[in-house]
Design a protein. Structure first.
Length: 300
């Protein structure tokens, strides 16, 4: 485990997820559904069975229902920080904190996590716990929001708060980038780590619709050092006006979107395996028997 730096108020994260649980699988969950489907597509590329699997951050169970329908997973355990969400997910779901997973070492053949780890304070520690909970040669497949998420909203809120309140407070969560996460997977002890990212642009009729969606998702601000209390009406109005002024009609493709505003969501996918002697191992430096120039039929 690492020295813990408290970035997020986990009680606030739980409260937001409890509040979002009442929405169930309505349209506000579309990002989680899309990300889950992408993870499932990647799982389709792996031709092996997973007798016992764990889903962390299971929300209300969309991904779990798809996992249970697969022929390669015999038993699925699910957990979520929010008890209200876990109750909706399935019979084998429990409330559990990603920062203190209540599972024994080498228990699972597969662990999946869909868009919950970006709220963890001790991400290296959480990844280490995930790796320990995997059997040798077990697979971890996860997705989390990356640092380019909600860049438009960050920009608008920053400008508005400077103009209206003569200062800044953290209003949108800090997030990791691809390079950081690759190093963290290695640090946590995963073999064959792979990290890649993709960005989704969602068009909203106005910035307030985006903020309403974030609230319904349970993805509103939970930074521990954020300014307490409600956002001042003048600051909110300035942010909405700034957002529209800078980004309305711009989806990055040059199309006319009738005054709609874009919201960028960067989804980073993490893949890693619990080490096992059966896995491919890198050669020792200097062990190559063929020159690269010969393989490429090129002159040095």
């Amino acid at each position: 485990m690492t020295d813990l730096i408290t970035v997020f108020n986990r009680r606030t994260v739980r409260h937001h997820r409890d509040r979002a649980a009442v929405h169930g699988d309505d349209d506000s969950d579309f990002l989680f559904v899309e990300s889950a489907n992408r993870l499932l597509d990647r799982l389709d590329d792996i031709t092996r069975d997973f007798p016992l699997a764990l889903e962390i951050g299971c929300r209300t169970g969309h991904m779990g229902r798809a996992l249970r329908a697969r022929g390669d997973i015999a038993t699925l355990v699910q957990c979520d920080l929010s008890e209200a969400m876990a109750r909706q997910a399935g019979d084998m779901a429990l409330a559990a904190d990603e920062e203190a997973l209540p599972f024994t070492d080498a228990a699972f053949d597969l662990i999946v996590g869909n868009l919950s780890l970006h709220w963890v304070n001790d991400l290296p520690g959480a990844l280490t716990q995930i790796r320990r909970a995997l059997k040798p040669d077990g697979l971890f497949l996860g997705a989390m929001f990356g640092g380019e998420t909600l860049t438009e909203l960050r920009h608008a809120l920053t400008d508005a708060e400077i103009a209206e309140e003569d200062g800044l407070s953290p209003r949108v969560s800090p997030m990791a980038d691809v390079r950081d996460l690759g190093g963290l997977l290695q640090r946590a002890g995963f073999a064959l780590p792979v990290v890649d990212s993709d960005s989704l642009t969602v068009m909203y009729p106005d910035p307030m619709a985006l903020m309403a969606d974030l609230r319904a998702m349970g993805e509103t601000n939970a930074v521990a050092e954020c300014r307490k209390g409600f956002t001042r009406p003048a600051t909110l109005a300035a942010a909405v006006a700034r957002y529209s002024a800078l980004f309305a009609g711009d989806d990055g493709d040059g199309d006319d979107n009738g005054g709609k505003v874009p919201a960028t969501f960067q989804i980073i996918t993490l893949t890693g395996w619990a080490p096992d002697a059966s896995q491919q191992q890198p050669l020792e430096p200097g062990a190559a028997t063929t020159r690269l120039a010969d393989a490429l039929n090129a002159e040095e």
